[in-house]
Design a protein around this ligand. Structure first.
Ligand code: FCB
Length: 458
């Protein structure tokens, strides 16, 4: 017999999506072009040249989709707002039809007793703003605040949970360093660091605007952090880990905590042979703005990444103790991401013990497995159920340790457009047939429905 691990009474159960990944209708009702439209329309950028042009057509099917959320028993739904639907050129002219879409979506959610958790920026920057310099320039941060003011001014009465940015490190590093994401620039460390700074600055500027427009709301930002041990105890591997951690995680958390950008960045930059210009883009007062108090951090966490210094030949990488890496295929999802639920405890503990974050929501956690409907129509995604269950057990343990974890959002509610991987990776607990747009609950959705109802996991 198993014991049910019960979560606190007011724990929030939800699921997450993002505008470009589900909406489709990329050029309808006055929406402007985004950098992801441009990127996915450029041959060779996205696997199979897939795009979010149609995606899962949520823009037209949102009513059925909300009905399905209600049937599942979701208490909260995390989605993002597409900036170019609101301001097609990024600034200036407002597109009322875009505002109306989100207004209808929010009303439909509230009627279904589902709390809307809205992300203002989940990567679909208006193309016009990219052409005006994009995140490397300060005016984009100013434009973000104008957009925030407009949309929170309209929806602030009904949405009470706001997230400024989703994973700013991915925006900066995948957009400007490895080029896997829009706008697809490679090896530009200066633009990477400038983007990081302007994303954070725009966040800090936006917080009081959101509070003003949405009385009584909670405001936060979504950070991605995984468990990233070094592969061995060698100096080289440990140094590599520190550098990776600096550019992926500490750059953001340290700045938000009112400290400074991490020192390792300087070293990291020089070892890459990429000397950034001086940092005149960091103006006096910026770091204080970035550290404006917030109500919560949203944590996106998926996997363990074991860090090794690949520049050092292994025999010279001594002395060291090797940490074992798993060999079994079942330890990896179809993204090639290692499943390591215990690591979630380390990451949550870090947020709590190192940064005293007042409240944490797990805003994304989930797994890519492509299990399809069987002859009986049922989708037996047992590995996803196991993944989610094991992570929830760890989340429960974190709460027992006193970590202020207040909610959990599965990534994702639906199979959807997985960025550079197109439609090849399915993260949904709900299956989507991309030909017919039919939605089918996977076993994991039915399982999650029971978890939410019981407010606990076995
Ligand atoms: C996160 C993104 C989300 C989704 C998952 C798999 O980095 O925020 O949109 O793509 O990864």
């Amino acid at each position: 017999m198993t014991t049910k691990l019960l979560f606190p009474e007011n724990f929030i159960w939800g699921a997450a999506t993002a505008s470009y990944q589900i909406e489709g209708a990329w050029d309808q009702d006055g929406k402007g072009e985004s950098i992801w439209d441009r990127f996915s329309h450029s041959p060779g950028k996205v696997l199979n040249n897939d795009s979010g042009d149609v995606a899962i057509d949520h823009y037209h099917r949102y009513r059925e989709d909300v009905a399905l959320m209600q049937e599942l028993g979701l208490q909260a739904y995390r989605f993002s707002i597409a900036w170019p639907r609101i301001l097609p050129e990024g600034r200036g002219r407002i597109n009322q039809a875009g505002i109306d879409f989100y207004s209808r979506l929010v009303d439909t959610l509230l009627e279904a007793k589902i709390s809307p958790f809205a992300t203002l920026y989940h990567w679909d920057l208006p193309q016009a703003l990219y052409e005006a310099g994009g995140w490397p320039v300060r005016s984009t941060a100013e434009a973000f605040v104008e957009y925030t003011d407009i949309i929170t001014g309209v929806l602030g009465d009904r949405i009470k949970h706001w997230m400024t940015h989703n994973e700013p490190s991915v925006v900066a590093n995948l957009g400007y360093l490895n080029g896997e994401h829009a706008p697809g620039i490679q090896g530009d460390m200066t633009s990477t660091l400038r983007s990081a700074h302007h994303l954070l600055l725009s966040h800090g500027w936006a917080v009081p605007v959101i509070r003003q427009n949405s009385p009584g709301c909670e405001v936060g930002i979504v950070i991605n952090a995984n468990h990233t041990p070094s592969a061995s105890t060698s100096v080289a591997d440990r140094q590599a880990r520190l550098e990776q951690d600096a550019i992926w995680v500490r750059l953001y958390l340290e700045a938000l905590a009112g400290r400074h950008y991490p020192a390792e960045l300087t070293h990291f930059i020089s070892t890459q042979g990429l000397l950034p210009e001086d940092t005149p883009y960091i103006q006096s007062g910026d770091m204080e703005v970035i550290a404006t108090p917030i109500d919560f951090i949203g944590l996106n966490s998926y996997r363990r990444i074991v860090i090794r210094n690949t520049d050092v030949p292994e025999d010279q990488n001594l002395p060291q103790t090797l940490f074992p890496s798993p060999e079994n295929d079942e330890n990896y999802t179809e993204m090639g991401w290692e499943v390591y639920p215990e690591g979630l405890l380390q990451v949550l503990g870090r947020l709590h013990f190192e940064y005293q974050i007042p409240k944490i929501y797990i805003t994304e956690n989930g797994a890519s497995y492509s299990d399809a409907p069987g002859d009986d129509g049922r989708i037996r995604d047992a590995l996803r159920v196991r993944y989610l269950r094991d992570h929830l057990r760890v989340a429960h343990k974190a709460i027992e340790f006193g970590i202020p974890l207040a909610g959990y959002f599965v990534w994702s509610l639906f199979d959807n457009f997985e960025w550079a991987f197109g439609y090849s990776q399915r993260f949904g607990i709900v299956w989507v047939d991309y030909e017919t747009q039919q939605r089918i609950l996977k076993d994991s959705a039915l399982w999650y429905q029971r978890v939410m109802k019981a407010n606990g996991v076995d």
